[in-house]
Design a protein around this ligand. Structure first.
Ligand SMILES: [Zn+2]
Length: 324
């Protein structure tokens, strides 16, 4: 794998004051580190580009990670890793895979109405243009799941943001959100807002969407891998070209230190928290034992790393020059 490029720097000064809310959880986005807008590498005959959709610091990682643990326990783990106990900078990193036959985009970021609204989030289209792959050139949009920070970028200005793309989503995921009804739920909570964005952004595109399950071939070299718990139909994707492999694991980690070190801690946004924990262990074990490079949507940009066993959990080794 060769040819790494980093280009495009975030205008961090524009981030202050954008509010976001989760399930009973409110945070303010403040400027974080400036980050490269995209990061590109070769995977066999494929070209892979990591694209940063959102930046800035939010409250956390507790209770986003460690929802069932005391705040101080999570903060202590952060301090051991030389990180602040009460603020963190998650990645929001869609992945573009160019196979030679197709431009395949995994997840669409926050768009105008996702978990991190503009101007801090919703920057994917701008990143794609800067990377030389404008939204109109995307052939296939593949979704890991239907939370707002993954499907919010499907729509732009009232129309499809990827006008020439077909879509792929987990059949179980689509069915779950299509049937979603929770009378009395707080309309501001993460699930309610995801259901709303699903109805406005994805449901109208159903006719151009393919519904898949575990093991489905998306295009030659790319297969779906069931990873339920975060949402009922959450899918990871395994990408392979000329013997080189990449695991796109969606939201199997919300924090590269805490989720990996303590996979059994509950994640606030997992819809089935026990199943989310089981899936983390299974996916981390696969990534570690098979030595696969991982694209972790919410890990720090460029959101690429390896997983190794550590103590009773795992450790994330960020990619530096391993891909050269
Ligand atoms: Zn997410």
């Amino acid at each position: 794998m060769t040819a790494l490029t980093r280009r495009g720097f975030a205008a961090a000064a524009a981030l202050t004051g954008a509010a976001l809310t989760g399930r009973g959880h409110a945070a303010t986005v403040t400027p974080g580190l400036e980050s490269a807008g995209h990061y590109r590498f070769r995977l066999g005959a494929f070209t892979v580009t990591m694209l940063l959709d959102a930046g800035g610091l939010i409250d956390g990682p507790w209770p986003i990670v460690g929802a069932d643990r005391p705040r101080e326990e999570v903060a202590a783990l952060m301090r051991e890793n030389r990180l602040p106990g009460d603020r963190f900078q998650p990645g929001f990193t869609p992945v573009l895979v160019e196979t030679g036959g197709a431009r395949v985009l995994f997840d669409t970021g926050n768009g105008g109405a996702g978990f991190v609204p503009r101007p801090a989030g919703g920057r994917l289209a701008e990143r794609l243009r800067a990377a030389g792959c404008p939204p109109e050139s995307v052939d296939l949009v593949v979704l890991t799941h239907c939370h707002t920070d993954h499907i919010g970028g499907l729509t732009e200005g009232g129309g499809p943001a990827f006008p020439n793309a077909r879509l792929v989503v987990g059949a179980a995921e689509f069915d779950f959100w299509k049937r979603w009804e929770r009378p009395g739920a707080d309309p501001a909570d993460n699930a309610s807002r995801s259901a709303e964005i699903f109805r406005s952004h994805l449901l109208p595109l159903a006719e151009r969407t393919r519904f898949v399950a575990d093991g489905a071939e998306i295009v030659p070299g790319i297969r779906a891998l069931a990873a339920p718990g975060h949402t009922p139909g959450h899918l990871a994707y395994h990408v392979e070209s000329a013997g080189q492999r990449l695991l796109i694991w969606g939201d199997c980690a919300h924090h590269e230190v805490a989720s990996l070190a303590r996979p059994d801690w509950h994640a606030l946004f997992d819809m089935d928290r026990a199943e989310g924990a089981r899936t983390r262990r299974r996916i981390y074990d696969m990534a570690a034992s098979e030595g696969i490079v991982v694209a972790g949507y919410h890990t720090s940009f460029p959101s690429l790393g390896y997983v190794v066993p550590a103590g009773t959990g795992y450790r994330w080794i960020p990619v530096t020059y391993q891909l050269l």
